[in-house]
Design a protein around this ligand. Structure first.
Ligand code: BTN
Length: 247
């Protein structure tokens, strides 16, 4: 897969900029909007994504995953979140790097990276996907209200070269995406996702509408719903935002 990196020194949000360009028909698969200084980074929902200038990775990658039916868009989540986990594991050796369902990247119990997907769907086809990725790299202190941010610098000795990391990340995403297009890794992706899933197959406290319960994550389905066994033995399915992880 070919990538075309468009470096914008300062920008409000790479995702918002990508959205404007897509609406004008000016971005295509493999284009990457990259910045070292993102001033109004967007997180999931209405959240703000904090990123100190020059310290972290912030980018939006454009995909045109026309072969992925919109109802199965979770496969993109799996490809991208696993690429980030695999990349971080090359650097962070002594701590646990995991995907917290659906697409937060955690080291132990802290969030090191986040992904913001914006899909442009026509019928059951994804025409364009903006894959916004933020990875905390060299930022030591955080000032926003994000509950548990952490950076690579907290887990490794040296500072990390952001360009190297960008190239390695794109390479990993590209390889997995091409494999998927060839139909090679559908099953492999799901089992790798489960193997790298935060709190998989362990009993923990969750909550639904602020009511706590004990549960064990046992699977994710093809729509990306989290499947959680509860104490009665019943397995329940949750969409994003329907279930919270408790400490
Ligand atoms: C989350 O809330 O976990 C998602 C965070 C996504 C942040 C990235 S940084 C690059 C891209 N541009 C944005 O405005 N947001 C995403």
């Amino acid at each position: 897969m070919q990538f075309n990196i468009i470096n914008i020194p300062k920008i409000d949000s790479t995702n918002s900029y990508a959205q404007q360009l897509i609406e004008k028909g000016n971005l295509h698969e493999g284009d990457v909007i990259f910045t070292s200084n993102q001033e109004m980074g967007r997180g999931q929902g209405d959240n703000y994504w904090e990123s100190e200038p020059g310290s972290n990775l912030a980018l939006s990658l454009i995909l045109e995953p026309k072969l992925v039916p919109a109802s199965y868009q979770f496969v993109l989540t799996q490809i991208v979140s696993l690429a980030i986990v695999n990349l971080l594991k090359e650097y962070i050796i002594t701590d646990d790097v995991k995907v917290k369902w659906p697409n937060d990247i955690y080291v132990n119990d802290n969030k090191i990276a986040g992904i913001l997907f914006q899909n442009f769907v026509k019928g059951n086809q994804i025409e364009h996907s903006i894959v916004g990725i933020g990875i905390n790299i060299n930022q030591k202190q955080f000032f926003s209200s994000a509950p548990n941010p952490v950076s690579m610098i907290h887990h490794i000795q040296d500072s990390v070269n952001i360009n190297d990391l960008l190239n390695k990340l794109l390479d990993k995403i590209g390889v997995a995406y091409e494999e998927y297009k060839r139909g090679d890794n559908f099953r492999k992706l799901k089992s790798a996702y489960l193997r790298n899933l935060y709190r998989y197959n362990e009993w923990h406290v969750f909550s639904e509408n602020k009511v706590s319960f004990n549960g064990k994550i046992v699977d994710v389905d093809e729509y990306g719903r989290l499947m959680v066994e509860i104490e009665s033995g019943e397995v329940r399915k949750f969409m994003f935002k329907e279930i919270e992880f408790e400490i």
